[in-house]
Write a new protein. Structure first.
Ligand SMILES: NC(=O)c1ccc[n+]([C@@H]2O[C@H](COP(=O)([O-])OP(=O)(O)OC[C@H]3O[C@@H](n4cnc5c(N)ncnc54)[C@H](OP(=O)(O)O)[C@@H]3O)[C@@H](O)[C@H]2O)c1
Length: 393
């Protein structure tokens, strides 16, 4: 089965469901501004822990969020408010307009209608809704004279290759075959890379380009990770992909949101892969931990990658988080996150994310719950593949 990596890594383009915003992982550590970054390859377990953040309250910042009401946005807004910062949201007022009633809201379409931002100043802007370089350039250029720091939310899909273990931020990024294209579905990674460059060109030395991997947890509209807690909590025999040794990476949206606030507080500029956890984990350890957190109701049957392929089971979409890692995808699940960890990115246990995701799903109306768990193999197909696997043995 061939795999389109851009499909696999495509970020959350779908409209979101209301995010149940947990609070941040809690205060951590001041450290490392960008200057504390290490660029050499690292052993996954060799990260130095970021020094503890001082108990003193952070200097209050005014933060503009271009968006803020989808999936990641609410987590970072919640974290910023919890740290005492002042937040302004700029969006079209379409996605979850009722969120954050006490927060200042400016309305406009960032494609050509930034009038509401004119003449205003902020300490920092976070841009989670930029996908097209022309549009990011417009906001970054408009804000450059009156904003100190531009935090652009990019993606690990910028990388042109995923075939090297432990690749860091210096790895080559995708290029756009047709420079005039703004087709985000076809060229998500290349366009995000150009967005990063557009922000940096407008505000040299004042930009953080944050490259998350799969963002998971409460509020995720993509339905990807949700398959696992849902299925494990149902119990019984559960189809698990590969031999269990495949490395996987992800980041809970709440940990990412809290860390983005820290990046602002510390003014940590530069480019950082934002995914974890800190030490390398495997598909087996992740599913075992989730199963345990959900009451150990499931029995995992590990089915090898070649067999899944023969049975037409799609990695990532039907087996969320999982991509068989060799050849073109040999480096999948092993991206170097040392810069982000040195700058204070922390990771809650995956079992907590599983429990909280399930609790969040239970709060959704039935139609939204369906969408928020739309990924993952269907029960019929799972049963068929498990039966075929046993018959083959
Ligand atoms: N999900 C993943 O696994 C993943 C992985 C890697 C990277 N990422 C990146 O993480 C980010 C996730 O962002 P999110 O969607 O969760 O952010 P968000 O800020 O929570 O939601 C998107 C916001 O953008 C606003 N918006 C959309 N189009 C707009 C426009 N034309 N003008 C003004 N506002 C507009 C929406 O409000 P209105 O609709 O009301 O305008 C909404 O508030 C993305 O940059 C994505 O590429 C995601």
């Amino acid at each position: 089965m061939t795999l389109d990596r851009r499909d696999l890594l495509l970020g959350s383009l779908a409209a979101g469901v209301a995010a149940a915003c947990g609070t941040s992982a809690g205060p951590r550590p001041a450290s490392a501004t960008a200057g504390a970054r290490a660029s050499d390859a690292h052993a996954a377990d060799a990260h130095a822990a970021a020094p503890a953040r001082s108990a003193a309250a952070p200097a209050k910042k005014s933060i503009l969020v271009l968006g803020g009401t989808g999936f990641l946005g609410p987590h970072l807004v919640t974290a910023a408010l919890a740290r005492g910062h002042t937040v302004t949201l700029f969006n079209r007022g379409k996605t979850h307009p009722g969120l954050f009633p006490g927060v200042e809201k400016l309305h406009g379409d960032r494609d050509g209608h930034l009038e509401a931002l004119a003449g205003r100043s902020w300490d920092a802007v976070v841009d989670p809704s930029g996908y097209v370089p022309r549009i990011v350039k417009a906001s970054a250029e408009l804000l450059a004279p009156r904003v100190g720091h531009y935090v652009f939310i990019s993606t690990i899909s910028v990388y042109a290759r995923m075939d090297t273990l432990d690749a860091d931020e210096s790895s080559p990024v995708e290029t756009l075959p047709d420079p005039s294209s703004e087709d985000v579905k076809a060229h998500y990674g290349a366009l995000k890379a150009l967005c990063e460059q557009a922000a940096e060109a407008a505000m040299p030395g004042r930009v953080s380009n944050i490259r998350p991997g799969l963002i998971i947890g409460p509020g995720d509209p993509s339905g990807r990770f949700s398959h696992w807690p849902t299925r494990l909590a149902e119990g019984g025999e559960v189809l698990a992909p590969g031999d269990g040794s495949t490395p996987v990476q992800y980041v809970d949206g709440r940990d990412l949101g809290a860390w983005i606030v820290r990046v602002i507080e510390d003014r940590a500029t530069g480019t950082m892969n934002a995914l974890g956890p800190e030490r390398r984990v495997t598909m087996r350890s992740v599913l075992d931990e989730c199963n345990h957190a959900l009451g150990d109701k499931a029995r995992l049957t590990w089915v090898d990658a070649a067999f899944l392929d023969q049975q037409g089971v799609a990695p990532w979409s039907e087996m969320p988080m999982w991509i068989d890692n060799h050849g073109e995808t040999a480096g999948f699940g092993t991206l170097n996150n040392r810069r982000a960890v040195a700058a204070g990115l922390t990771f809650r246990p995956i079992g907590d994310t599983a429990r909280d995701t399930l609790a969040w799903l239970a709060t959704l109306p039935e139609d939204q719950r369906g969408k928020a768990r739309s990924s993952g193999i269907s029960p019929d197909k799972e049963a068929r593949v498990l039966a075929a696997w046993k018959a083959r043995k």
